[in-house]
Design a binder for this molecule. Structure first.
Ligand code: ZN
Length: 200
């Protein structure tokens, strides 16, 4: 219930007095109704209530919609892979587990070449990162140039290309494209996984 202003209180007192002596209360004048307009303080309180009802969506979401396992040392970013270095983090989950866009972005590359299997690369201009998903079960249905929203389905966990078990190989690259400098995705993944585990 909204607090009554001074004018509201005196109007209420007058109404109570009028009812008490058995005379009809006078109709409120526009001036007496003015306190009904929300004050700044009330407006911000209402905005807070509204944001509790519809919390803003986090800008980053976990890329796998299911239980995952980050594997052992050789699944890590930087692990030696016979002649080259592992440029992503492997995230193990059963084949078919939905993969979703970590952030809003634009599809800058898709393909089904040998080593990567079916893959998709999502570029986010705000944070200047490219998120690359490898070894997907099927070729992605999102096309180059298409915009995707965080949480939007971009594929499924699979094991296409150079792969030894169903998993998402996720790369986070600083800059645009699949050859920009790779970063370790694990700190971000752990943070997102922890947030996902907390009850809402
Ligand atoms: Zn990998």
């Amino acid at each position: 219930m909204r607090p009554l202003g001074a004018r509201g209180l005196s109007l209420m007192a007058a109404t109570i007095a009028a009812v008490a002596v058995g005379v009809p209360a006078a109709a409120a004048t526009p001036d007496e109704l003015a306190p009904l307009a929300p004050t700044l303080e009330e407006a911000s309180w209402l905005a807070t209530l509204e944001s509790l009802r519809h919390p803003p969506r986090p800008p980053v979401v976990f890329p796998v919609r299911g239980r995952v396992d980050f594997g052992e040392r050789d699944a890590r970013f930087g692990a030696s892979r016979g002649g080259h270095v592992h440029e992503g983090q492997d995230v193990f989950a059963p084949a078919g587990t939905p993969l979703v866009a970590i952030r809003d972005g634009r599809i800058v590359e898709t393909g089904d070449d040998g080593g990567r299997g079916n893959y998709v690369a999502i570029w986010n201009r705000e944070v200047r990162r490219t998120f690359v998903y490898l070894h997907m079960l099927h070729p992605s249905r999102v096309r180059v140039g298409e915009s995707v929203r965080r949480g939007q389905r971009v594929g499924s966990v699979g094991c296409t290309g150079s792969c030894w078990g169903d998993h998402l190989h996720l790369e986070v690259r600083r800059g645009k494209g699949t050859t920009a400098r790779p970063l370790d995705p694990l700190p971000l993944l752990r943070r997102l996984a922890a947030r996902r585990a907390r009850p809402e």
